[in-house]
Design a protein around this ligand. Sequence first.
Ligand SMILES: NC(=O)c1ccc[n+]([C@@H]2O[C@H](COP(=O)([O-])OP(=O)(O)OC[C@H]3O[C@@H](n4cnc5c(N)ncnc54)[C@H](OP(=O)(O)O)[C@@H]3O)[C@@H](O)[C@H]2O)c1
Length: 386
Amino acid sequence: MSRAYAITAEAIATERARVDDDLDRVDLASIITLDELTMPDLKPRDVKIRVLAVSAEHNIAHAALADTVNITDLRGGKIYPGNSALGEVTEVGGDVSKFKAGDIVVTHCNGEPDAYGYPLRIWAYDQPDSIGWYAEEAVVGDWQLVHAPLDCGLNLWEMAALPLRAPTAYHLWRRAEGIFRVKVPQEEIATLNVLGFGGGVSELFLMLAKHRGHNAFFCSGSPERRKALEAQGIVGIDQKEFNRFADRGDTKAFGKQVKKLTGGVGMHIVCDMLRGPVFDAGIGAASREGVNVSAGWQLGTMVKYNSAGASTKQVTLDHTHFETLTGVASATSLYGNVFKPTVHSEIYAFEDLPRAMVEMQANQQTGIPIIRVADELPASVQSLIP
Ligand SMILES: NC(=O)c1ccc[n+]([C@@H]2O[C@H](COP(=O)([O-])OP(=O)(O)OC[C@H]3O[C@@H](n4cnc5c(N)ncnc54)[C@H](OP(=O)(O)O)[C@@H]3O)[C@@H](O)[C@H]2O)c1
């Protein structure tokens, strides 16, 4: 038996009844609780891993809050969450040639690729029967793993921050850049202005934009995160100076500041992973022919915009999801040379995973939250522990 975190529909219902459906008062720690799992026998293409470290991800909060859909209920009343992990291979099925015991690997959350490699469903979320990786062990298909680039320059916790967020950022970037380039080719403008709002995915998106030679701007309420990105040449904008866009005046003032920072042009590409209050600010900040791209909905799922305004400004909105299988491999090759994530100051113990989720939801962390799952780490990663 291995320990694994679970979410039940019953726990969600009990907690929601306690707080009278007020999602701001939900205690995630009472919903995400430790359980036990028996590992299934390995099929020929299966790989067994010992999970070493995971990062806290928002889809677990979305599952526990049931704020978009009640995915736990839809999946029969119980799910095992966790769709980002770094682990050590302990056993492989007879037909696995790409991995062997002792390899260090990262997972990805593409649960079932469509004809072009895009996820139809997400692992440990809406993929039926999928078992997540907030667990001591896991059995996965070999197609779900990528070798961890141990010599990329990142430490172990930084690498554990990336399996879900880096492919998302990579996909967002190639979509946004591709859409902009349909409208304005490179020969017309080489250097773009790129804005990202808050968060781990956005910071990686901006690192990629910066690496490709563009001007990158990070609008965040976190001084620690802005400072970390400024060290990489990404300009920080304090979102709290604009009162987190509480009213139209704040959004207008932000628009003015963006114009000032970009010589009157505005942002060619905006990554809005939060929607809600930042959506209008992002649309207002767009340059002519701008692209507003998002794979997230943390602060709001519904958006409303003036389509005539978008039309005359030639602005495009795009909603993306997770990467294709080949895109995941490409994104992993950028660990360390492009993606240098900020990691929260505390590395949480496995038993403290529910607290990590609560603190992430309360926006109290200074970087991406990492949970160390294994007490004993293999010799191959000892030099990567800071
Ligand atoms: N579709 C996909 O494939 C996919 C993949 C990954 C993530 N996502 C979604 O994308 C969203 C962001 O994910 P992430 O991993 O980047 O999150 P993250 O690293 O936890 O960042 C979230 C950010 O939200 C900001 N924030 C929190 N409360 C706020 C508030 N009241 N007002 C304004 N900003 C606030 C904070 O920015 P400050 O620095 O300003 O405080 C924080 O850094 C989530 O909804 C997640 O589910 C989707």
